[in-house]
Design a protein around this ligand. Structure first.
Ligand SMILES: [Zn+2]
Length: 132
């Protein structure tokens, strides 16, 4: 952390407090977003149309005649890609859950960035109060 080598000044400290309060308010707002998160699930939701592999089936030559849709959730676990087949009934649940997961990650990233800013400000304020 960088230190303020210039001696403590009243204006600097007031400025610090003002932006600190702004950050803190934004943090509280974002944190409320966490309460809106519904059941979540890591992964990418896929909707696929498949070829059956039979040479004489229409799907072999015509992409619009492929079978499906088939639904899958794909994610990485221990460095391996995992594909989970989903029933048509389960598909919307997991599609929504995957969306919630992305939302949660975005929210966490924002909260972390904000936290870092707040910590930096708090450290500066604390450092500026140091007696020389
Ligand atoms: Zn086919």
């Amino acid at each position: 952390m960088s230190r303020i080598s210039v001696s403590k000044s009243g204006t600097r400290s007031v400025e610090g407090n003002a932006s600190l309060e702004r950050y803190a308010q934004r943090f509280r707002e974002l944190r409320r977003g966490l309460e809106q998160i519904k059941y979540f699930c890591k992964g990418t939701f896929l909707k696929r149309m498949m070829k059956c592999g039979k040479a004489r089936c229409a799907c072999a030559s015509d992409p619009t005649k492929r079978h499906g849709p088939y639904f899958e959730l794909t994610y990485k676990a221990n460095g391996k890609t995992v594909n989970v087949k989903l029933s048509p009934e389960a598909a919307p649940l997991y599609r929504a859950a995957a969306q919630q997961y992305r939302k949660l990650k975005t929210l966490l990233n924002r909260l972390e960035k904000l936290s870092k800013n707040i910590l930096r400000h708090q450290a500066k304020l604390a450092e500026s109060k140091r007696q020389n």
